[in-house]
Design a protein around this ligand. Structure first.
Ligand code: CTP
Length: 423
């Protein structure tokens, strides 16, 4: 399943993606999604609802997709569009999925071209909701989302933030980058987003710590946070309740994920200790500074003419992964570490990985090779997942960080069978 099968290619060189647009104000953002699909080589057919055309007109969708657009089943009848569009699709993405569209899809209605397409298609379906918080939390919508998810539809949670009026809360369309990343994963592997982590509590750390030297300078590292954010995105899409402890990352939080922001290693350690207690799984994807300056001056360090540069005295930071891996009543059931390794004359990156897995006491260790500029500040990643139990290593070939994230989630799901969230 997913990345562990070794398949990272899309099902066809030019995947056929149907983008169904619901009638909500967030329709204006979906132009960027259509563009992202066409730029990544997909053939896109946009199917707006009649209400969606009240927000963004057909000419926009036709220009962005390069294809004609229709909303009803009475246009081009000899082409049997209401059947062909769904039959030919490799993926159907609905954005924004309004409360009304979710309800019609859950009821299995087919009263326009988009809902007919949803009923016909056997391709994976991804829905990105956007609506007011009251509509999202209404029992009718909650039940419709549960029905769709039980049928295998990937329904993302909405993002949280400012809504159309003055109010704030869950209901914003997930960021286009997140929708596109999840869609690309489904195109590679329709089984990559099963809800097999439903009801599980997963804590992920991401980014890189900054150890202050003075009020304007720090000792840091090159971690962008992308791998940890991809893990949070995929784990949440698979049903987990995810807390993302984020150190100095500029990315948007993935939809449905609770983000806790930290700065240095000691703040990261405190947040992880708090949130990881009793969690089902903990994934330490953050790059933690092993050392910090003994003193972080309150005043800026100045150059003094004629004086030698100041020496920076360092002290060791706590080893968070090793601490979280220690046996005890609060230990998470599965603890995962990451190790960016290079080889040398005496050992390969995997040899160093095996030693680190044993030394830290975690259950799984994802070993990334960081020679040749890989892993840091790039969109793709490759790795090998080593396990402390007798499971064989899992190789993940170079591909998007979501693919590696899905492989890690496969290993979590295998050790934590999904359960429904408490009512
Ligand atoms: N890690 C941690 N706390 C630290 C250092 C590292 O929790 N103080 C975690 C990282 O988040 C990662 C794993 O340990 O999941 C391995 O990180 P790495 O930097 O490779 O480990 P080190 O123990 O620092 O080993 P090395 O001597 O190779 O740098």
């Amino acid at each position: 399943m997913s990345a562990s099968s070794g398949s990272v290619l899309a099902p066809s060189a030019r995947p056929r993606v149907v983008v169904g647009v619901g009638g909500g104000i967030a329709a204006y953002k979906v132009g960027g999604l259509v563009r992202a699909f066409t730029e990544s080589g997909a053939a896109v057919t946009v199917v707006p609802t009649a209400a969606a055309l009240g927000f963004v007109g057909a000419a926009t969708w036709e220009a962005l997709s390069g294809r004609p657009v229709s909303t009803d089943v009475f246009t081009d009848v000899p082409d049997v569009k209401h059947v062909m569009t769904g039959q030919r699709a490799d993926l159907v993405v609905i954005a924004p999925a309004t409360a009304d569209l979710l309800a019609r899809a859950a009821a299995g209605r087919a009263d326009d071209l988009l809902t007919a397409t949803l009923l016909v298609t056997r391709a994976p379906v991804l829905m990105a909701p956007a609506m007011h918080t009251e509509m999202w939390t209404h029992p009718a919508t909650v039940a419709n989302v549960a029905t769709l998810r039980a049928r295998g539809v990937t329904v993302l949670d909405p993002a949280t933030g400012r809504l159309t009026g003055a109010d704030t809360g869950p209901g914003r369309l997930p960021e286009v980058d997140h929708i596109h990343a999840v869609a690309a994963l489904l195109l590679r592997d329709p089984a990559a987003l099963l809800r097999d982590l439903a009801g599980r509590r997963v804590v992920v750390s991401a980014g890189g710590t900054r150890e202050p030297l003075d009020p304007v300078r720090f000792l840091g590292n090159r971690s962008s946070g992308r791998q940890g954010y991809a893990l949070a995105l995929v784990a949440a899409a698979r049903g987990a309740q995810v807390t993302l402890v984020s150190a100095n990352v500029t990315l948007d939080p993935p939809p449905g994920v609770t983000r806790v922001e930290v700065g240095d290693a000691r703040e990261l350690a405190a947040a992880m200790t708090e949130h990881a207690a009793g969690a089902d799984a903990v994934v330490m994807a953050a790059a933690v500074a092993d050392f910090r300056p003994v003193r972080a001056g309150a005043a800026k360090i100045k150059k003094r003419p004629g004086q030698a540069p100041p020496a920076i005295e360092l002290v060791e930071n706590p080893d968070i992964l090793a601490t979280l891996s220690r046996p005890g009543p609060d230990r998470a059931r599965v603890v995962v570490g990451f190790a960016a390794e290079t080889g040398d004359d005496t050992a390969t990156p995997l040899d160093y990985g095996r030693q680190k897995l044993a030394r830290k006491g975690c259950d799984l260790l994802v070993v990334n090779r960081v020679d040749e500029g890989r892993a840091f500040e790039v969109a793709d990643n490759a790795g090998v997942i080593l396990a402390a139990d007798s499971s064989p290593p899992v190789e993940i070939p170079l591909g998007p960080k979501t693919v590696l994230a899905a492989a890690v989630c496969d290993e979590l799901a295998r050790r934590l069978p999904g359960r429904e969230p408490p009512k």
